[in-house]
Ligand binder design. Structure first.
Ligand code: AMP
Length: 456
């Protein structure tokens, strides 16, 4: 199937071709025809599957069909109130969704705005006053604006909830319900979620009407092109191990996950001091600084980024070659999300986990969820002491933790393996490898803007 088969409007096809997309991803070819028909959609797909375009393209097509391509910058026509509303759990994801609308809508006169908390509302309110067709919002800031009567949702025709599971995890159930009640009942609703726990299914039941169900990947499967491995290592040796691994030239762009914000700061400082420059990103950093660090990571100025789950949620940076789970996450689903930051768009990614003896239960939960064992990798030379400590603490973890240097190298190489998802690696490869054109990286590189602007 090609994008032309989906009968999308010409300005959108032009933008897609400039982005370097040659074929729709599985979630796009499954969702777009139904969305264009006006059906409600329940999509099970995580970031990295192309889900943003799966809802952005039909929305733009719909708005384009009913909007003369004239623009409205002089106030000659009545003010535009949002006709599409997209809710996102985090400001980073909201910014990325905004960027996607800007990219796919660049040859249209449609306008969008992104509103989220943590920054002054002034520019966001100005953008709404100027008029927008598409509003991307985090629930908290949108509720604030609604309470102040600064946003008018009466014209919303399409309502999208992105990453619904995360939205509920973050405690947004109440705002989401209230916002759902504030948009017209005869709208089209599209709900996307990486996982489908009972709470999300219940929310979907209350918001969607006879939805078409689409899935891009089995919920609990890891991304198909990611080579995973785990090092059993005492907690005290983790940072030295990371530092040693990061010295390898094959690591072009690495994302490191820690459990806490404090841990992220401490680790990035320690790495930098030991000669491996790193930056940290998490919710305690000022928004401007987060955006700057992200832009530097995208451009390659920063090679190692240490992050917490929340900060990295929805982070879409091309070319992350390695993801390190410095601390294993408490929720096994987070592991799948984390490693999904690499191996994007058909590139092969490497996910390395560090597991100290106390985290072995967490590793088992991850393996239960994904239905596969994460291969154990040997500790590199110089870590004999750590390997011995591990063997003492958890003898079953010794696979790969001992042996001659030669054996260890072999164990390392052989222990990484690809996980294949049940719905086929080949389809994931074909769309993404063909789509890896020069245009893709470019549109993500521009940094975020918190205010609305004309799409083109
Ligand atoms: P998403 O899951 O929406 O965050 O998208 C993941 C990445 O895939 C983004 O970098 C998109 O630019 C890219 N992408 C989306 N659709 C396509 C496509 N049809 N072909 C190639 N790349 C795509």
């Amino acid at each position: 199937m090609s994008f032309t088969d989906l009968l999308l409007a010409a300005p959108l096809l032009r933008a897609l071709s400039e982005e370097g997309y040659t074929a729709p991803t599985p979630i796009q070819s499954k969702s777009i025809p139904h969305a264009l028909e006006g059906r409600d959609l329940l999509g099970c797909a995580q970031t990295g599957t192309g889900k943003t375009a799966a809802f952005a393209l039909p929305i733009l097509h719909r708005l384009l069909a009913a909007t003369p391509n004239t623009g409205n910058r002089n106030g000659a026509q009545p003010r535009r109130t949002p006709r599409a509303l997209i809710l996102s759990p985090t400001r980073e994801l909201a910014g990325q969704i905004g960027d996607s609308f800007a990219a796919y809508g660049r040859h249209t006169a449609l306008r969008h705005a992104v509103v989220y908390g943590g920054v002054s509302q002034h520019h966001q309110v100005r953008a709404l006053e100027r008029g927008v067709d598409v509003l991307v919002a985090t629930p908290g800031r949108l509720m604030d604006l609604m309470q102040q009567r600064l946003v008018d949702l009466r014209s919303v025709e399409v309502f999208v909830l992105d990453e619904a599971d995360r939205m509920l995890d973050m405690g947004f159930i109440d705002p989401v319900r209230r916002i759902g009640a504030a948009v017209p009942a005869n709208r089209q609703t599209l709900l996307f979620s990486a996982t489908m726990p009972r709470e999300v299914a219940a929310l979907a039941d209350s918001l969607l009407r006879n939805p078409v169900k689409v899935a891009a990947q089995p919920i609990a499967s890891a991304a198909p092109l990611i080579e995973q491995s785990v090092h059993h290592v005492p907690r005290a040796s983790k940072s030295a191990l990371l530092e040693s691994l990061l010295r390898s030239d094959s690591i072009e762009r690495a994302l490191v996950f820690t459990k806490t914000k404090h841990g992220a700061d401490k680790l990035s400082t320690k790495l930098t001091r030991s000669g491996v420059p790193a930056e940290a990103i998490h919710g305690n950093k000022a928004q401007n600084r987060r955006l700057r660090v992200l832009a530097d990571f995208r451009s390659g100025r920063v090679r190692v980024l240490v992050a917490t789950d929340l900060a990295a949620r929805g982070l879409d940076v091309d070319g992350i070659t390695h993801v390190f789970n410095f601390d294993l996450p408490h929720e096994p689903e987070a592991y799948v999300h984390r490693i999904g930051r690499t191996g994007r768009a058909g590139a092969t990614g490497i996910a390395v986990a560090f597991c100290d003896p106390e985290e072995r239960g967490l590793l088992r939960s991850i393996e239960r969820l994904t239905g596969s064992t994460v291969p154990v990798a040997a500790l590199p030379e110089g870590f004999e002491h750590a390997a011995a400590a591990i063997e003492k603490a958890a003898p079953e973890a010794r696979n790969g933790a001992k042996g001659s240097t030669k054996d260890r190298k072999g164990a390392n190489a052989g222990s990484r393996r690809r996980t294949a998802s049940a719905n086929g690696t080949s389809s994931a490869r074909s769309w993404s490898s063909s789509g890896k054109g020069s245009g893709r990286g470019g549109r993500r590189g521009g940094g975020r803007r918190s205010t609305g602007r004309a799409v083109r």
